[in-house]
Structures are given as C-alpha cells and as structure tokens.
Design a protein around this ligand. Structure first.
Ligand SMILES: Nc1ncnc2c1ncn2[C@@H]1O[C@H](COP(=O)(O)OP(=O)(O)OP(=O)(O)O)[C@@H](O)[C@H]1O
Length: 292
C-alpha cells in the first residue's frame, strides 16, 4: 500500500473538526534597501494579516496574481520562513515559535512540490536517489521496492530510477518531484504553481495525477496558482489573495460562479475562453492584456 494509515508520527493528530492548518493574522514584512539618508525606507508588506483554515482532506487553493504574497505564505506554512507577527498552527502545534530542531515532525508530515522541477531536482543524482533522499535525510532506510512503488504511483516505469533528470520531459520531471514529495508518507502536500512551467499539453495530466494521489492517499492539499482555472480543476475551496491580503474565501464553484470581491470578479472574467486556453494564455496573461 502506498500510504498505510500513519502510526504515531508527531504531536497533534488531527481531530474530526480540528483544522489541519490554521493561519492566524499573519504578517510578513521584508526590509527594503535604503533609498535616502534622511528618511527610513518602509518595508515591503508581503502579508498584511492573513487568516485562513484548511480542514483535513480538503483541497485548498490559494490564487492571486504575481507578487500578492502566495509564495511567502506557503513558505511560512512550511516553516521555511517565520512571520513578522501572527501564528501558524499545523496539526495542533504552533510552528511559528518552535526552534528548528522541534520541526522534524513537520518536515515529514508536510511536503512541497515546486514550480520548476528542473531547478528542484539535482541533475547529478539518479532518479532513484532523488526519490529516496527525503527518507535518507530523515534517517530512514529507503528500499528499492519503495522507490519502485513511488515511480509506479506517478506513472513512471521502474527503470526510470536508473536515469538522470535531464533524460526526462518537463511533465515526467514533475512526476519525479511528486514521487519524492510522497516518499516520507506526508499527510499534507503543498504545491506551489506545480504546472505553470509545463507545456500546456501536459498540464491536465499532471493536475489529474495530483488529484488522484490526493484522493488515494487521503492527503490534505494546499495548491497555489495565479490561474483560477487551474484552481477550479483541482480544489474544493479557494482563498483569493490580493496585495498581501485574503480578499475572499469560499467553495471554488461558488467563488467562480458568484464572486463577491471586485478583484475576484476581475480574475473570473479573465479566465481564458476555450480558444485562448488552448493557445496557452493564462488568467494572469489576460489580466496583463486587459491592463495594457
Ligand atoms: N526575500 C524578499 N525580500 C524582499 N522582498 C520580498 C522577498 N520575497 C518576496 N518579496 C516581496 O514580497 C511580495 C510578495 O512576494 P511573493 O513571492 O510571496 O508573491 P507571489 O504571489 O508568490 O508572486 P509570484 O507568483 O510571482 O511568485 C512581493 O512584493 C515581493 O517582491
């Protein structure tokens, strides 16, 4: 079985109604280079008091155009960065104040898939070692059988393990990243624009693979995209971000059909019609076009 029911793997087993992730009034300021000797330069307010909750087994989307703070929020949820203020509670544990050595439980329970598989896969490593790496880092032996099982789960043949990342297409490389993320049997999968760098012809295949695996393995998914049509394909609920704030949250179908915030209405009205979608235009391309 790819992901048997987890044994005790850390504090805070999610209860029936306990959110898996709670983000509470999170702010993140980045210092900006000084431009004047006389006046202090104000920081970049990347997150301006973001709050949201993700329930167990939910597929939660975060959408917004470039620079609205999506990656900053994901990095804070994954404890790769700390907020300036506010709290993030994952599976009942406030991770924002924990020292690095106490974050071990999070490093196996929560895994990430990034936008560009080429830059997130070490070109000098064979695929089998790439997939086994998170297990080895956590001090677990990685068996050949487990690597083969993961390759099969993402639709790659067992002999793919002997090859190097450059010997695969973009879509296949993203499958390798997904296999690596699943290796430590996470309960939470975070995907940051996982299909944006892929050829439009393989995007749906990779989205369907993520969807199927989330169902099969009973994962909670947090999925970030600048493209509402991609979110609509995968997610049950969505938070719309604009300029460091969440401006609207709701079931994806409802937000899509009856958006309440003016920014969401702009996003929805810019969703590509079929011919433009086939030509590969994204919501953000179309928003740019509309603004020009
Ligand atoms: N390390 C940093 N130092 C200074 N400013 C930063 C840093 N990281 C992000 N920012 C700024 O914070 C804001 C939010 O950036 P972030 O990358 O989170 O947005 P995003 O929505 O993920 O955009 P994209 O989709 O283009 O990655 C932007 O104004 C960005 O320039």
């Amino acid at each position: 079985m790819l992901n048997p029911p987890p044994a005790d793997r850390g504090p805070g087993e999610p209860g029936v109604s306990e959110p898996v992730i709670r983000v509470i009034d999170v702010r993140r300021d980045y210092p900006r280079a000084r431009t004047s000797l006389l006046k202090a330069t104000p920081p970049v307010h990347a997150l301006r008091g973001v709050s949201l909750e993700v329930q167990p087994g939910e597929r939660f989307g975060i959408v917004g155009e470039s620079g609205c703070g999506k990656s900053t929020l994901l990095r804070i949820i994954a404890a790769l960065d700390r907020p300036t203020s506010g709290q993030v509670v994952v599976e009942g544990t406030d991770i924002t104040r924990l020292p690095e050595r106490r974050l071990k439980f999070l490093r196996s329970n929560l895994q990430l898939v990034f936008q560009d598989p080429m830059s997130s896969l070490d070109p000098r490593m064979r695929v089998r070692d790439i997939i086994a790496e998170p297990l080895v880092v956590q001090g677990h032996p990685a068996s050949g059988a487990r690597v083969r099982e993961l390759l099969e789960a993402v639709g790659l043949s067992a002999d793919a393990g002997d090859r190097y990342p450059h010997q695969f297409s973009g879509g296949q490389r993203q499958r390798i990243s997904i296999a690596r993320a699943l290796a430590p049997r996470p309960r939470i999968l975070i995907a940051d624009e996982p299909v944006s760098a892929l050829d439009v012809s393989v995007r749906a295949q990779v989205l369907n693979l993520i969807s199927d695996l989330v169902d099969e393995l009973n994962l909670t998914l947090v999925f970030v995209s600048h493209d509402l049509s991609v979110i609509k394909h995968v997610c049950d609920r969505v938070a719309v971000m604009h300029a460091g704030s969440v401006v609207e949250t709701g079931p994806t179908g409802q937000v899509y059909a009856t958006p309440t915030h003016p920014y969401t209405r702009r996003l929805v009205s810019a969703i590509p019609t079929l011919p433009r979608a086939l030509a590969g235009a994204t919501t953000s391309d179309l928003l740019k076009g509309a603004a020009e």
